[in-house]
Ligand binder design. Structure first.
Ligand SMILES: Nc1ncnc2c1ncn2[C@@H]1O[C@H](COP(=O)(O)OP(=O)(O)OP(=O)(O)O)[C@@H](O)[C@H]1O
Length: 734
């Protein structure tokens, strides 16, 4: 078996280049329009230049009118039930129509990529055949029936025909019409009759797949030196394998029960003397011959052992490639998996509003890269031939039957919210379950915060962290409103939260926990997110989502992983660590040192810390609801804009128990000296040393750190002036 993935990188680069050119031409259009506008405005334009510029603009803005009509005719007359192509008459074919590729000046349609669109029935005559400049045609994985459209002979420029996985019947076309043909895949249809000898007239042919049809008769001599990929398996072909095709492995002819595949079965060539046939008579062997045989056998044995060692080595390499953190490209890995588990009767199911144009075959042929391995399976980044990139998760150990799995996917697939990563498609077969999401190039919040293995972590400023928290809170709150307010995410953690186009948090991997039953034990790095009660019940709830979100907020605040080492070998859960630090002193120590360099954010950090701690309450019933949490997180920033603060209650920590100073004491520059000697009340264990105080002037807040040296901090206060008044808000002790 072969797939176009074998030629995938070539296709890919070609399409990337094309889409780049397409985008370039689009931006050029805008630039020219702008240029045109400014010239017009200046009213100093030379009429000749106006004409030339107008001609250029109109040629670039041109839409291929004839081709548009042909495509509209096609879409109007073919049944397509599953997905809307959204080909609007008003819109530009070349820049907005899904699956359509134009040439450089947008005057002609040269490519049609419409796999898996749910097309049914016959291709309406005199529609696609009018796209006379068409080079690339892909209608794979639809349910198109009838005979091969005879009017396709008009498409003289075709180089690629991909019609596999349809329901075509009748005889194969006469290939002599297409002189430039290089890739033909008509496999997995119901074509019958014999393979036309005209195939050999396609002198540029590189790949020919006619497998899984009902073709019969002898295989013609396809003497095309450029042919690299061939598959004629699983037909009813008879006779012998022609000499020109004997260079291909025997497997490409398998599944043709009446085809003689053995070379010795070839009839003697005309004129060949009968005695040139190998003699079947056994001859007596002499001692030297015997020795030769023994040496030969030994050499053969050595070669076999070497091959075995090589095979074991490459297996180990493959296994290593699947390890998390290894982002090495593993081209073909999706394909490899498919060749074992692909079930032709199952297709990728897309959700409404999804603009992606690919099918399972495309996905499996895409060049793939392992993004990581989680509790639910391995996630791949797949780059498709039309330059779309998606994330494909291959689920392992799905407990649900097809019907329940599909029901769950329908619930998830219809969620559309700017803070929830949309499920684009899924695939279910007995052996294989896949879910497809958009690919987030920036990586997850986990990767941004902690860096992937071997990479330097990205610096995330407070603004960004706040936006991530707000987005994630909104997303989870929305998820909790779905399925009559019963939907649970079940796996909230930093590696499942990404940044949307506005750089707000965006939650992915919804509801997978419920299709894996019972929940798999968490991988080590995920254990810190799991609410205490889930460890026993193995059942995620909305309250356990709240706990996990609390851990996520702590991760944003501290820059530490949900489970991390503290000095020795011991692994500590983030919630426990934060509790222990807060119990000992107040809060400043828990914050990510990277954040401490920003002025005026301490209050906001403290507020987020309070929210996080309330989410991570041990008892599920004490945790707030996600909708309320989302409001609180949003209000963190509003507080600083002068609106009502949302938190009145102080933290239950030693430092804040004497918060009676809050808003009461006034410090001016003349009293700063006195302030420096301010003595906090004695604790039962003795005098406490002042560690820091918060001063507030109008809406600006300042943190004075005593332990690090007050003077340096005072100088750092912007606008600190003689006679200014500051409110002493809070203080803390070392
Ligand atoms: N849509 C996506 N875009 C970019 N990266 C992704 C996408 N989905 C997952 N990843 C990344 O791929 C890696 C593996 O993800 P995966 O979801 O399989 O495991 P996980 O998040 O580590 O654990 P779990 O299976 O429990 O969710 C993670 O680093 C994740 O951030």
């Amino acid at each position: 078996m072969w797939g176009l993935g074998d030629l995938g990188s070539g296709f890919f680069s070609r399409n990337v280049a094309k889409s780049f050119l397409k985008r370039l031409s689009l931006s050029l259009r805008f630039e020219l329009l702008g240029f045109w506008g400014s010239w017009k405005m200046s009213k100093k334009m030379n009429p000749l230049l106006v004409f030339i510029l107008g001609a250029i603009c109109s040629s670039i803005l041109a839409d291929p009118v004839e081709d548009k009509q042909a495509l509209l005719g096609f879409i109007q007359h073919i049944d397509h039930n599953s997905r809307s192509l959204q080909w609007s008459k008003e819109a530009s074919v070349c820049s907005t129509w899904i699956g359509v590729e134009c040439n450089g000046d947008n005057s002609r349609v040269i490519g049609l990529h419409l796999p898996g669109m749910g097309f049914q029935g016959l291709i309406p005559p005199n529609t696609l055949s009018r796209l006379s400049a068409l080079e690339f045609l892909s209608l794979r994985s639809n349910s198109i029936s009838g005979s091969f459209p005879s009017d396709f002979v008009e498409l003289k420029n075709l180089t690629t025909i991909l019609l596999q996985f349809n329901e075509f019947s009748g005889s194969l076309p006469d290939f002599s019409a297409w002189g430039n043909l290089s890739i033909v895949d008509l496999s997995n249809n119901g074509f019958n009759g014999s393979i036309p000898p005209s195939v050999s007239k396609s002198s540029h042919l590189v790949a020919l797949n006619l497998s899984n049809n009902s073709l019969s008769g002898d295989i013609p001599d396809i003497n095309v030196p450029s042919l690299q990929q061939l598959d004629l398996s699983n037909n009813n072909l008879t006779g012998f394998i022609p000499k020109s095709l004997q260079r291909f492995p025997i497997s490409v002819f398998s599944g043709n029960s009446n085809l003689s595949s053995s070379a010795v079965a070839f009839p003697p060539l005309p004129g060949q003397p009968p005695d040139s046939q190998p003699s079947r008579k056994a001859k007596r062997l002499g001692a030297p011959a015997l020795l030769g045989i023994i040496i030969g056998a030994c050499v053969l044995l050595c070669v076999l052992i070497a091959l075995l060692i090589l095979w074991c080595h490459s297996r180990r390499q493959n296994q290593r490639q699947e390890l998390p953190g290894n982002t090495q490209k593993i081209e073909m890995s999706l394909k490899k998996m498919a060749s074992r588990n692909l079930d032709k009767n199952n297709r990728l199911v897309f959700f409404e509003g999804c603009n992606l144009a690919f099918d399972l075959e495309d996905l499996l042929s895409a060049s793939a890269e392992v993004l990581g391995k989680g509790a639910f399976g391995v996630t791949y980044k797949a780059a498709l031939e039309d330059s779309t990139t998606v994330a494909v998760k291959r689920l392992k150990e799905v407990a649900l039957a097809k019907r329940e799995f599909e029901q769950q996917m329908v619930v998830i697939g219809h969620i559309r919210h700017e803070n929830v990563s949309a499920l684009r498609a899924y695939y279910y077969s007995k052996e294989e379950k896949l879910v497809v999401h958009d690919y987030y190039g920036l990586g997850s919040v986990s990767a941004l915060l902690h860096g992937k293995s071997g990479e330097v972590r990205t610096h995330l400023d407070w603004e960004t962290r706040l936006k991530i928290a707000i987005g994630a809170a909104r997303g989870i709150a929305y998820i909790h409103t779905q399925a009559n307010g019963k939907l649970v995410h079940g796996n909230i953690k930093a590696s499942n939260i990404f940044l949307n186009s506005e750089r707000y948090g965006c939650v992915s991997d919804i509801g997978l926990a419920s299709v894996m039953s019972p929940m798999p034990p968490p991988v080590m790095r995920a254990a810190g997110y799991r609410a205490p009660e889930v460890t026993d019940t193995r059942k995620a709830t909305q309250a356990s989502d709240v706990y996990s979100f609390g851990v996520f907020l702590l991760e944003l605040l501290t820059g530490r992983s949900s489970i991390h080492a503290t000095g020795g070998d011991e692994m500590v859960h983030l919630v426990r660590w934060v509790h222990s630090v807060v119990r000992e002193e107040w809060t400043a120590e828990v914050f990510d040192v990277e954040l401490l360099r920003y002025p005026n954010i301490e209050e906001e950090m403290v507020e987020m810390l309070q929210i996080a701690m309330s989410c991570a309450a041990r008892a599920p019933e004490q945790r707030p609801k996600m909708a309320d949490i989302a409001k609180l997180v949003e209000e963190i920033r509003r507080d600083n804009n002068g609106k009502q603060p949302s938190f009145e209650s102080p933290l239950e920590t030693p430092g804040s128990t004497t918060i009676q100073h809050g808003g009461a004491e006034t410090a001016s520059s003349s009293t700063v000296a006195a302030l420096l000697f301010f003595q906090p009340p004695k604790s039962p264990s003795g005098t406490r040393k002042l560690k820091y105080i918060y001063l507030k002037k109008e809406n600006r807040k300042h943190l004075l750190r005593f332990c690090d040296g007050v003077e340096a901090d005072l100088k750092g206060i912007e606008g600190f002036a003689e006679g200014s008044s500051y409110i002493l808000q809070r203080w803390s002790c070392c």
